[in-house]
Design a protein around this ligand. Structure first.
Ligand code: EPU
Length: 336
């Protein structure tokens, strides 16, 4: 077991926050992981580091999940079942699928992070969520060291939510995810306004999965900061769902408020719009800021601490509560 000491985690989290791991180990196989959890109970898991805000040094043993590999389980004329190990980079997997002409995840192009964490927050973009293609999740039960299978329904997926954020939080380590993808007849999802527009601009009327992926990449690159250039964790908050009564009140004052009705009683409103209306878009407080093109994304310009970013997030939450009477829920995991 090669445990290293006092390792900077700056390169291991997309926010680029400089904190240290007292003890750190990179793990390349399930067997190795089983050996470690048998010995060490106080562990902290690090995968792609794309959905966390680190606010202090980590005293627990940091396990960097590095288990790689993709295998095809079975296929027929129309579909293919693929199992991907947790440490594979998500976007590399999307590109690989497209190169094989496997469809279903093209709308999820360029989402930062690794495959192993995609089920936890049920990543989603442009009308598709990863729950639409996951057939099974395999996870190691920390207490027993045994591998356990979760079917799609076992995962209890919801909007940026799953069982791994709730009942079984901290009890399992996801080691691989299985997907069911299409081979020939792809079910393209191009109804999201921004995709339609991008395809039109490219004069594409009969898009392939590669065309859709390219369109999504272009849209994301135009709005969302590249973590390699400016530290960030994607959407920092969830889009809030509010009662229709409150929405009606708000619409009187803000007639252009964007909205997505969920039911007769509930409306989802974009947090990015609320934050922009509150005047935070593009604002900078030291090295912590709100992205200039998408107000839902908080950024680390260079040397912000996790505490500074968290302070900004709380300031935004208070302002949105005062101005709109809405509670903004943080989507990113705050490590305190
Ligand atoms: N808007 C503003 N100002 C802003 C940002 C957005 O007014 O600064 C308005 C837009 O004009 C639009 C609406 O808000 O009317 C929605 O904006 P957008 O299409 O950019 O999507 P979003 O709701 O802000 C969600 C996801 C993103 C995902 C996009 C596209 C959440 C929390 N975020 O953002 O996911 O890429 O839709 O599907 O649901 C992520 O989770 O990290 C992420 C980037």
């Amino acid at each position: 077991m090669n445990i290293q000491e006092n390792i900077s985690l700056k390169e291991y989290n997309t926010f680029g926050i400089e904190v240290y791991a007292k003890r750190f180990i990179s793990v390349g196989s399930v067997y190795e992981l089983q050996q470690i959890v048998a010995k060490e109970k106080d562990i902290f898991l690090l995968s792609g580091g794309s959905n966390m805000l680190l606010t202090k040094d980590i005293e627990k043993l940091v396990i960097h999940l590095n288990i790689e590999g993709i295998s095809i389980d079975r296929e027929n004329e129309d579909t293919v079942h693929v199992t991907v190990n947790a440490g594979e980079n998500w976007h590399d997997f999307v590109l690989w699928s497209i190169s094989q002409n496997y469809g279903g995840i093209e709308n999820l192009s360029l989402i930062p992070g690794n495959v192993g964490t995609c089920p936890i927050q049920n990543i989603g973009a442009y009308g598709v969520e990863v729950k639409d293609v996951i057939s099974q999740v395999t996870a190691l039960e920390i207490e027993t060291g045994k591998l356990v299978q979760f079917s799609n329904s076992d995962c209890e997926f919801g909007y940026r939510n799953s069982i791994f954020k709730n009942q079984v939080k901290g009890k399992y380590i996801i080691t691989s995810v299985s997907f069911m993808l299409t081979k020939g007849k792809h079910n393209l999802n191009t109804s999201y306004g921004a995709i339609e527009k991008e395809l039109q601009e490219r004069n594409i009327t009969n898009p392939t999965i590669k065309d859709v992926s390219n369109a999504v990449i272009a849209i994301r690159q135009s709005k969302l900061p590249d973590p390699k250039e400016i530290g960030n964790s994607g959407s920092f908050f969830k889009n809030p769902v509010i009662p229709a009564t409150l929405f009606d009140e708000l619409r009187k004052e803000y007639p252009t408020i964007p909205n997505y009705p969920i039911s007769e009683e509930e409306i989802k409103v974009p947090a990015g719009w609320l934050i922009e209306q509150a005047g935070f878009k593009g604002k900078r407080f030291g090295d912590a800021g709100v992205h200039e093109k998408q107000a839902l994304v908080l950024v680390n310009y260079k040397n912000a601490t996790g505490k500074e970013i968290y302070k900004l997030a709380q300031k935004i939450q208070h302002t949105i509560k005062d101005k709109f009477h809405i509670d903004l829920e943080i989507e990113v995991n705050i490590i305190v």
